[in-house]
Design a protein around this ligand. Sequence first.
Ligand code: NBP
Length: 482
Amino acid sequence: MKGDIGVIGLAVMGQNLILNMNDNGFKVVAYNRTTSKVDEFLEGAAKGTNIIGAYSLEDLVEKLEKPRKVMLMVRAGDVVDQFIDALTPLLDEGDIIIDGGNSNYPDSTRRMKDLEEKGLVFIGAGVSGGEEGARFGPSIMPGGNPAGWPAVKPIFQAISAKTDSGEACCDWVGREGAGHFVKMVHNGIEYGDMQLISEAYHFMKEGLGMNHDEMQATMTAWNKTELDSYLMEISSEIVGYRDEDGDIVLEKILDTAGQKGTGKWTGINALDFGIPLTLITESVFARALSARKEEREEAAALFQHKIGPVEGDREVWLEALRKALLAAKIISYAQGFMLIREASEQYNWDLNYGNVALLWRGGCIIRSAFLGNIRDAYEANPDLKFLGSDEYFKNILEDCMGSWRKVVAKTFEIGLPSPGLSSALTFLDGYTTARLPANMLQAQRDYFGAHTYERTDRPRGEFFHTNWTGKGGDTVSTTYNS
Ligand code: NBP
């Protein structure tokens, strides 16, 4: 009997996905560039399973049932193109290549189009959940050529995470690079959630002077509220975790954050699309700032910067902080969905936003109870432009507003950096302000560059220029560049 699917790449993600597929009754053919890893896998974790090894791409292709499904779980970038180039001549019309790595979505769009011309089907599937997710149920975000979905769907939906009501955290996202785009935004949101929790920890530790047991108890309690999420759960474990000497491990970790680039990609796309994705982008910058450790130490000494204590009733402050965290988190997701909507409209992907929320409901790093409410919001109104306008979220934002302002104001007062909490509030204040001072910006642009402006007392689309100095002409910047 031939294999149902082939998987190339036997590092942590590939091996665990294969074992998961095997558990779900699929016959998997496993291949790796360094073929000794195939034997190690078959003799190790895959011993006693139905998994078959392959020792060349020809061997892999030979061992698969048609239409063949070959999944790449290799390092993103050139390696994916190299495997696609090597596989293409070996495959037959209608065979399917799936890239399950963290690829940049324009690459997936390009690969889908190239392979479509050659009669092959390409699926770019974002996979989230790390090692444990891959083994026991990841969130999978497949996009690309929809012709391949019927053949891949039974496998992916079987191995993916399930919601409490049994729905698979895997469904078709959309054409071209839509799957990898949604995965990219997922990772961006992950940056935002992590930043917000880190700011709350900072406020508790430096502002309220709490010890680690107290912070752990607080985060554990928060995890039973609307903030219930995987990241809150692991953070509550981390904050109280002690090493063999009884010391808190967290305090021994150097405060310089790493990043692999998906948060940066999300920010770059937001700038390209003109979407005010402030919280996620601030979170990327916060990591970049943290990485300049030595410079920060010098500047801290130079400015003698100290974070002042937060005075007052601790319990009152903690509830205010919880509300600030929740409100800022809503804004982060609202901004993320604005970016997804913009991409969907620009690329004609016709994405289902409620479905996107469902994909993230389980299995992935940003999984949370909250995503169920986001799904409900988009099911009730698929055209929702701003998540915060949905009744459920609007009520929370209004309820949290006073506490949120109080916490952000306090962080400014005591010198505690709060880029996530504060940028989200600034966004909401801007978004809910009917008249912003952009009239001044337009006047300045027109003054120095004859860029023209629209008027409050004339229909939109009519442009005017003022000869502000009496020395300029009537030529506007559509006809010359200054
Ligand atoms: P890695 O990203 O570490 O890639 C390892 C695989 O790539 C091995 O099979 C390796 O073969 C192969 N490879 C490399 Br590296 N260079 C190669 C080359 N020049 N030619 C051929 N093969 C090459 O594995 P991973 O951490 O399992 O991740 C796989 C994909 O899933 C990545 O795109 C990653 O970004 C994504 N992802 C990872 C996680 C996670 O938590 N790790 C989560 C979600 C998504 P070799 O054994 O012969 O060197």
